[in-house]
Design a protein around this ligand. Structure first.
Ligand code: MN
Length: 239
């Protein structure tokens, strides 16, 4: 298995789970140079191949572009890698169930044990605090830095009216957290509807969160979805 193959698989898994659609991206820090990272050129995630992978430095400059267009919002990735040395993978998505939680005063909270990391805090980034009249996109290192500051040491941050940034110490963790962030948002919305305005919801408490996050590397999840996707890619190649 190669780094690029795993990165292609990560793009495809996120697309299959509805976490990214025509937009959204995932990157991985270079295993040989921690000041560089890899991500696909500007193309819909389901169409990504290994030939689309581009290497960037911490200023989001492509090292060998070969005429390929980089994604505009690559600054999300470079600024997070700069400020979080332990982070090895970064996802930026427009996860649909998550959006309502970034434009209301209802905070996302851990309702489901596989999403325990939410209990570590998921701050909400308001782009207007950095730039008025933006087009909502993280088009500059300045905006990327503002987002990375809001993310701080947390596993994810919401982006008001836009989506989320999700980080991990591995591809498996960044992908797993992205999938379970979406699931938690959907379940929390369902619980709010079931409970009604006067009902109450029991969320995970801090001790339960602490007891879960220590083992949540999403290894079994990654192994399953990766194997399924490998078979699918092989079938596509053979067709
Ligand atoms: Mn975006």
């Amino acid at each position: 298995m190669s780094l690029f193959q795993d990165l292609v698989i990560a793009y495809r898994i996120l697309a299959e789970h509805g976490i990214i659609d025509a937009y959204g991206h995932i990157s991985v820090r270079s295993p040989t140079n921690p000041a560089h990272f890899w991500m696909a050129r500007s193309v819909a995630p389901e169409l990504v191949t290994e030939a689309d992978m581009m290497e960037f430095n911490m200023d989001s400059e492509a090292l060998d572009p070969q005429g390929r267009s980089p994604v505009i919002e690559r600054f999300i990735h470079s600024e997070v890698y700069k400020s979080r040395p332990e982070v090895m993978a970064v996802v930026h998505n427009h996860s649909p169930s998550v959006i309502p939680f970034c434009c209301t005063n209802t905070p996302l909270r851990p309702i489901f044990h596989m999403s325990a990391f939410i209990g570590l805090g998921v701050p909400n980034w308001e782009i207007r605090e950095a730039q008025e009249d933006s087009d909502m996109l993280v088009r500059s290192a300045y905006l990327g830095e503002s987002l990375a500051k809001k993310l701080s040491h947390h596993p994810a941050a919401l982006m008001r009216g836009h989506g989320a940034v999700v980080v991990g110490e591995s591809l498996a963790v960044a992908v797993g957290r992205s999938v379970y962030l979406e699931q938690n948002a959907r379940m929390q919305f369902q619980a709010e509807m079931l409970a009604g305005p006067s009902g109450s919801i029991t969320f995970m408490d801090d001790k339960e969160v602490a007891a879960n996050v220590v083992w949540q590397e999403y290894g079994r999840f990654w192994n399953l979805v990766r194997n399924k996707m490998l078979k699918k890619l092989e079938a596509e190649k053979a067709a």
